[in-house]
Write a protein that binds this ligand. Structure first.
Ligand SMILES: Nc1ncnc2c1ncn2[C@@H]1O[C@H](COP(=O)(O)OP(=O)(O)O)[C@@H](O)[C@H]1O
Ligand SMILES: O=C(O)C1=C[C@@H](OP(=O)(O)O)[C@@H](O)[C@H](O)C1
Ligand SMILES: [Mg+2]
Length: 173
């Protein structure tokens, strides 16, 4: 089985994905790290040097490479992965995949992301938490129709990692 965590930047996909994989004794793959390894570049540098369109093309290519492999794995997507090409369709139409949307409110995402925006090229130029909140509001509105197609929607607002982990596990065992 493959388990996919998706959701906006800062929703905890990478952090929680590692924990979930450990609990299940599965391998863990972070799609951004996979892209960085294959492309020999940080995500920020890739956006800068080759542009977002190139990044999105590679993101789809490597997502398909991973989901067409046979191993049991937990995969943390990038925030934009479900919203480009036919990525969400590839995820929900694959009977071997269970997907989870980690859903958080705009203010919580903004608070979390403000100090971590430097290595997230889409938001690194925003100068205040208010600006970030406005950006996330619009962006999340565009992305929600994709995220909401996940097999399960997990309300992750104000929940400790352990509580979210336990909730994910109830859907898996
Ligand atoms: N349940 C949680 N409660 C509070 N902070 C969290 C939680 N899960 C993750 N974080 C923090 O939020 C930030 C973003 O997490 P990350 O896993 O990188 O998100 P994503 O991969 O979805 O962008 C990190 O600083 C992480 O430690
Ligand atoms: O939302 C997005 O479009 C992006 C999210 C990032 O991943 P995280 O969601 O893990 O920050 C990374 O893929 C890239 O910076 C673009
Ligand atoms: Mg991540």
């Amino acid at each position: 089985m493959k388990i996919i965590l998706l959701g906006y930047m800062g929703s905890g996909k990478t952090t929680l994905g590692k924990e979930l994989a450990t609990s299940l004794n599965y391998n863990f793959l972070d799609l951004d790290d996979y892209i960085s390894d294959k492309e020999h570049s940080s995500i920020s540098h890739l956006f800068q040097s080759k542009g977002e369109i190139y990044f999105r093309r590679k993101e789809t290519q490597y997502l398909n490479e991973i989901i067409n492999s046979t191993e049991d794995v937990v995969i943390a997507l990038g925030g934009g992965t479900p919203c480009y090409a036919n990525n969400m369709e590839s995820i929900i139409s694959n009977p071997e995949i269970k997907s989870f949307y980690l859903k958080l409110s705009i203010p919580i995402l903004a608070k979390r992301l403000f100090n971590e925006r430097a290595n997230r090229p889409l938001i690194s130029h925003l100068n205040s938490e208010e600006e970030l909140m406005e950006y996330i509001g619009k962006h999340l509105f565009e992305r929600s129709p994709y995220y909401s197609q996940a097999h399960h929607i997990i309300n992750a607002n104000d929940k400790e990692q352990q509580a979210i982990l336990e909730e994910l596990l109830t859907h898996l065992i």
